[in-house]
Design a protein around this ligand. Sequence first.
Ligand code: GTP
Ligand code: MG
Length: 383
Amino acid sequence: PNYTSVSDLSNMTNIKIEKLIRDLTKMGFTNVTHNYILSREYVELVLSSYNYKVEEQTSVLTPETVYDELKSPVNPKNLMKRPPIVTIMGHVDHGKTTILDYLRKSSIVSKEHGGITQHVGAFQVETPISKRRITFLDTPGHAAFLKMRERGATITDIVILVISAEDSLMPQTLEALKHARNSGNQMVVAITKIDRFSNPKQREAAIEKVNLDMMNHEIPIERIGGDVQVVPISARTGENMELLEESIVLLSDVMDLKAETGAQATLEGYILESEMKKTTGNVSTILITKGELRKGKVLICGNTYCKVRSIKNENGQEVAKATPAQAVEITGWKDLPGAGDEVIEVKNEATAKKYVAKRVALIQTLKESENVDRLNEERATKV
Ligand code: GTP
Ligand code: MG
């Protein structure tokens, strides 16, 4: 699992819960209770501090793992609160795009810059009441996400499950629900299009129907003691949209989302999009998960690397740095990196070249051994 509560961890390891809480607090985690949620990275960190063997991975080097040794180990001292990363899922036409458009337009961030939003596959809003940032990814179905999912990387924290008050649960709602459950994402439900009912009684009845259908599908909504918040909204009139944003902030506080930032942490992230532009050359959008991106840093990804020449935010403005849960557009890639590929910072270009060469050689060896296997198979069948 990507997230484990302290009490689950205690059950799994037979380490007393009081001891876990005490030791976690010593390690720098704050407000630890039995409900406290740890991400997989931190579970591994905690377990290793108890000399608990985390299933020794027989380290077979693959093209996917060849750069892993470049990553810096987790240092709880560098942990900082980070914005949640949110995707919107739901049945076709239930209002996913309309919600994103509304948020994009109403966000203070884009208002400040005259609302010129560029398409970078992700954007941040500042919530109107609590002044907190939320990162929305607007293309959960696209290639980058499928590729990341294949490798078991979940970069999203929260799924907004969109359900139209007119239709209630539909086949793709159930698909999205299944996905949210499998990925270990937390969920908030938005019942959309409530403005379609001018009669308050009818509106209440429609919302009630969605609630009952959710209970029938065992969605643990708050009404039955679960933790899934339900917010009836209209993305057309904006009704309750602030409430929806605050629900996400509330949930992200419970999840206690943190990432390492600062100069000591080695930058990590994922390529969301990648494109060759006539004017600027190879451009990619990178979602940062750890560290701090600055101009001049060297990044490695697949069989290519990048000396970062420029960093632009989603409004197309140059920025000096970017931090976890931010998606920014960067230039400076030697070759185009692939969408969904992992990005890691390296010390300098020489190191980048060395590791790229190592990966290329590994891929070559794997190809050759595949060929040998195939030859052997062919011979065996001939005999
Ligand atoms: P797909 O991308 O095709 O899966 O659809 P979607 O979920 O992105 O739905 P979209 O946002 O495109 O909305 C579908 C239609 O419903 C559009 O005509 C929207 O204008 C309308 N719509 C979405 N949200 C609301 C709402 O809150 N109120 C009303 N009245 N209409 C809405
Ligand atoms: Mg859409």
